[in-house]
Design a protein around this ligand. Structure first.
Ligand code: HEC
Length: 185
């Protein structure tokens, strides 16, 4: 019986439903009960441009500039520290703490599961004791935007740090950079 349970656990963890071998953000629409209630998704008419309420471009939805690592290193954080650290902290708790840990020490609850799943690196320590402090703001922004593997041209199946380009707006990702700086002092 125990063996059977163990076997099904192994088999189930092996199932990949999302983009990653490990589903760390299980999404509601995977559930059959929810799926059948979802309306068909409609595409916007050809040529339409997303706008926010003030008529400006909708950040995060317009095609973004593809920065190389060298270009990204020169970027200056457009959001001020005072205005964004608390928003960044909130975003961090929702999106990053599961891997990087509540205090950014790289010891989140996902840490051991990533190692078992065969990923090469553990979540980085983002505090002043880790490698991120020495990296310029734009490089950190690029890692959060594209994911670790894509930022450095490494194999995507060995490095799990996800790309947040489609999940968070530019401003939110820059606010996270400000928050990471604030825990490095
Ligand atoms: C699924 C786990 C996971 C999540 C969620 C995650 N990370 Fe990571 N992160 C990693 C891992 C693992 C690494 C080490 C490189 C690798 O293996 O991809 C890393 C690396 C990094 C690095 C580079 C560290 C360095 O200096 O080398 C930064 C910065 C970072 N993450 C920030 C974030 C932020 C900000 C979020 C939330 C928006 C986040 N991460 C969410 C797993 C995760």
């Amino acid at each position: 019986m125990l063996l059977l349970v163990a076997l099904s656990v192994i088999l189930l963890t092996g199932c990949s439903r999302g983009a990653y071998p490990l589903d760390f953000f299980p999404e509601m629409h995977y559930a059959q009960s929810y799926k059948i209630q979802e309306p068909p998704s409609l595409s916007a008419p050809a040529g339409s441009v997303p706008r926010n309420v003030t008529g400006g471009p909708l950040l995060g939805t317009l095609p973004e500039v593809e920065y190389t690592l060298a270009q990204a290193k020169l970027l200056v954080n457009p959001v001020s520290k005072d205005a964004s650290v608390s928003a960044g902290a909130k975003l961090y708790r929702a999106n990053c703490a599961v891997c990087h840990g509540a205090a950014g020490l790289g010891d989140g609850p996902m840490k051991d599961r990533l190692v078992t799943a065969g990923y090469l690196a553990s979540p980085a320590n983002l505090t002043g004791a880790g490698p991120t402090k020495a990296k310029p703001d734009g490089e950190v922004f690029l890692i959060v935007t594209k994911g670790f593997a894509a930022a450095y041209g490494l194999p995507a199946d060995r490095f799990v740090m996800p790309a947040f380009r489609k999940l968070l707006t530019d401003q939110e990702r820059w606010a996270l950079v400000q928050y990471i700086r604030s825990i490095q002092q």
